[in-house]
Design a protein around this ligand. Structure first.
Ligand SMILES: Cc1cc2nc3c(=O)[nH]c(=O)nc-3n(C[C@H](O)[C@H](O)[C@H](O)COP(=O)(O)OP(=O)(O)OC[C@H]3O[C@@H](n4cnc5c(N)ncnc54)[C@H](O)[C@@H]3O)c2cc1C
Length: 488
């Protein structure tokens, strides 16, 4: 097994897209499950911390090590099986999401979860329960995980299938490959009724596979995953519609959401409803000169088609016009190449924010908040006002189909950064007050631990820490993710 110790060679494993930087003694590159198991058994003996590295696109410092060793997943990257008849795929966790999607699509199958960043590992998307634009129609990654193999923190191997283990109320047990049975209590707390990836997924009478999905590598290392596939939609209509006011765009989204109750591709049904505010459009206009100068807001949506292009097109155009959208200047595509350009546009804004922040030598101050639909509009204008009062530049974009926004502040110096951090805290607090979440998809990592305490309170954090200790008794795995080490 390759092990790198030269600090010059391992620099890239010390950080992720949050731009926090950590430190470690060495990076290990296991090539199979046995080697992962051996590393963990050894590290348990020596009580050495192990931080798991995916592709490093995470935004919350989840893979940033604080000592010990890094275990890189990158060599565990094989597709093990594609079952076209039963519509599933078995993969190793280091496979790039982009590659998985391309391969299954070449077989007329479809893997719906689509975090905007596709150069990430599939294992990391499972362990952070990633979601994206298509989550509006298809749900988060969790909904596609049929089975997993996990090397637990203590080196035990757990193979778990959806439907195999259910908790009895909050009492639970799991059987490892060695025959060892783990008894534990599922922590009881109420999760927000919005899209959410903050803390462990726990509820009464739950399917126990769900505890591991979204657990941010604190309970075990995923070494194999079986994922559900569906049929590739026949065709797609994709559009970025521009509007003369934010309210028009928000009204358009509200009505499109309401009309999109059917999952059927013969019916009006958005598969994603993505929003861009005025500042986002201006921020992008140099790179995209075809953004209409008069546009104050934009909405990117997609509609799957099944020999009904004309009908769907006219329904969508009617809705755009109803809310004063600029029909002529909106971007519309049924051609795959053009559609990819819209996707790139959505991705580009996230990248451009990261680029802006690192150019100023600062850290990203971008929210990942979601609130219940009924509360969204008021919340949105309230937080914008809060920021404008403090004179901080910002852009808002995000998954408004799910009332989930990425409000990214754009500080240019330390003093503005300090103000932005204060505002960030207030914005998250307001979302939590509305029974929403501060982390709808990026997870908690090390960057957002304080907000998890704000959301659930310290007693619940202690319950979460107790759950981790069941699977990682020697406290070695992804220490510092979700909660601070002092809770262990
Ligand atoms: C421009 C941009 C846009 C983004 N948009 C979205 C978005 O729309 N939705 C979204 O959900 N995310 C988004 N992200 C965040 C990120 O892409 C996802 O969180 C992704 O799942 C991280 O994958 P990765 O391979 O880069 O993981 P890393 O950053 O390397 O790791 C993420 C976490 O997973 C753990 N981990 C990795 N592999 C394993 C494993 N096999 N077993 C156990 N733990 C493991 C790591 O320790 C870490 O805690 C975006 C990021 C960028 C840069």
């Amino acid at each position: 097994m390759l092990i790198k110790k030269d600090q010059d060679e391992i620099q890239k494993y010390l950080t992720d897209e949050s731009s926090y930087k950590g430190y470690c003694d060495a990076v290990y590159f296991p090539e199979n499950e046995k080697e992962v198991e051996e590393i963990l058994i050894e590290c348990n003996k020596t009580k050495t911390k192990v931080t798991i590295a995916g592709a490093g696109t995470g935004l919350t410092s989840g893979r940033v090590p604080e000592g010990g060793i890094v275990l890189s997943i990158e060599k565990l990257n094989k597709i093990l099986e594609i079952n076209e008849k039963e519509k599933y795929v078995r993969v190793e966790p280091g496979l790039f999401l982009r590659d998985l999607q391309n391969i299954v699509e070449s077989k007329n199958l479809f893997y719906p979860p689509d975090p905007t960043e596709r150069d990430c590992f599939i294992g990391a998307t499972v362990i952070t329960n990633s979601s994206g634009a298509r989550t509006f129609k298809y749900g988060p990654t969790r909904d596609y995980v049929m089975a997993m193999t996990i090397v637990l923190g203590d080196g035990e191997i757990l193979k778990i299938e959806r439907g195999q283990y259910k908790s009895n109320g909050y009492n639970a047990s799991l059987k490892c490959e060695s025959g060892k049975i783990i008894f534990f209590t599922v922590p009881a707390y109420e999760m927000p009724n919005t899209k959410n990836s903050a803390g462990y997924f726990c509820k009464e009478n739950m399917d126990l596979i769900d505890i591991f999905i979204g657990s941010e590598g604190t309970l075990g290392i995923v070494t194999e995953i079986k994922l559900k596939l569906i049929d590739l939609p026949k065709d797609l209509l994709s559009c970025v519609a521009f509007f003369p006011s934010e309210d028009d765009a928000l009204n358009f989204i509200d009505e499109a959401r309401e009309k999109s109750q059917s999952k059927d591709d013969t019916q009006f049904s958005a598969r994603g409803l993505e929003y861009f505010d005025n500042y986002s459009l201006r921020f992008m206009s140099q790179d995209y000169p075809n953004i209409p100068a008069k546009a104050i807001a934009g909405v990117w949506f997609e509609q799957e088609l099944n020999n009904n292009e004309d009908e769907m097109l006219s329904e969508w155009v009617e809705l755009i016009t109803k809310f004063n959208g600029f029909e002529e200047e909106s971007w519309l595509a049924v051609d795959k190449k053009e559609q990819e350009k819209f996707k790139d546009f959505r991705h580009a804004i996230a990248w451009k924010v990261n680029e802006f922040i690192s150019k100023h030598g600062l850290k990203k101050v971008g929210t990942d908040v979601a609130v219940p639909h009924y509360a969204f509009r008021k919340y949105y204008y309230q937080v914008k006002e809060m920021i404008e009062k403090r004179n901080i530049k910002y852009v808002v974009y995000g998954h408004l189909g799910n009332s989930h926004i990425h409000l990214n502040m754009l500080p240019t110096n330390e003093s503005e950064y300090k103000t932005a951090r204060e505002l960030y805290k207030d914005i998250c607090f307001e979302a939590i007050k509305l029974k929403g979440t501060f982390s709808a998809e990026h997870g908690v990592g090390k960057a957002k631990r304080d907000f998890l305490i704000m959301m659930y309170g310290e007693e619940t954090i202690k319950k979460m820490a107790a759950l981790k200790l069941v699977f990682d008794p020697n406290k070695i795995l992804n220490i510092g993710n979700i909660f601070e080490e002092k809770y262990l």
